[in-house]
Design a protein around this ligand. Sequence first.
Ligand code: ADP
Ligand code: TRP
Length: 333
Amino acid sequence: MSKKIFSGVQPTGNLHLGNYLGAIKNFVDLNNDKDNKCIFCVVDLHAITVRQDPEKLKNNIRETVATFIASGIDPKKSIIFNQSRVAAHAEGAWILSCVARMGWLNRMTQFKEKAGKDKEKASIGLYSYPVLMAADILLYDATHVPVGDDQKQHLELCRDIAQKFNNDFDVENFLQVPEPLIQKEFSRIMSLKDGSKKMSKSELSDLSRINLTDNKDEIINKIKKAKTDPLPMPQDIKELDERLEAKNLLGIYSSLTNSKLENSIKNFSGKNFSEFKEQLAEELVNKIEPISNEIKKLLEDKKFLDEILLDGVEKANMIASKKIERIKEIVGF
Ligand code: ADP
Ligand code: TRP
């Protein structure tokens, strides 16, 4: 069956191995299936829900496009564009924010995590962020949305909003209720410094993540310094519940080598971590170094990256402007 794919990545810098294994790698596979229509959005409106330096944001938008292409997304097959240039996203978000309920948004755990202790000082945008994400998806009648595990709750909200809109305005199936595409295994890559925290762009220590722009030496060094425990490598999958760092590193290894976690455990069972880490670093360098080199090369040609966005904006606009016109008619404007 042909799928309509939509996904977004925030241009907030430091794209990392978690973004790659949790989301971008999946985008590449979907892009390579000729039956799919794919749209990948650089969600710059989402990025400004927390303060951004305007000059850095401009560069981060280009860097996100460069990362998509360097990872293997073909801009001739997929639409790549930035959200702020297609007005329907902001308009759609407003209309859908009148459909979504406070009670639904109050349950979003990502807001609670990102707002931290001082919720009163968080921006309103950070709170209503998932409604904008729903507009992104629903404007393109996306059938499938590939994301990392942390976005599951936002997608459920998107489904609720679509269903409520269809019911409230008596327009059965007008907004397509999308399916999440979340990898069954290794959909949440954890910090190299703490196996209970997700690998994240905003973590202060750069040693906690492998950036997609890291070079060979940086990758090797970060894996050497990655937290482990004093025991030898696990012998049984059951041990992993208590050994989060070992679980994460074995998960990364398995995901990179497309192997089952059980097989990776068998391969290294009882050995020293140092031996395993050498192999893991080698796999990472093989995968990440070419991407990193390509990102750097692409970033030297700003014109090329800007043209890809311009072309994508034009194509996205054609789809989204039609949908928003219908939405406006339906609500009575
Ligand atoms: P974030 O600030 O959470 O990294 P992004 O918009 O950059 O936000 O996320 C892009 C994609 O990467 C999303 O689909 C998200 O679920 C995924 N992702 C982010 N961090 C991880 C992680 N540690 N493990 C797996 N997937 C992740
Ligand atoms: N909220 C997502 C994240 O932080 C990014 C995003 C924005 C997105 N709009 C989207 C993902 C639409 C999928 C579909 O990772």
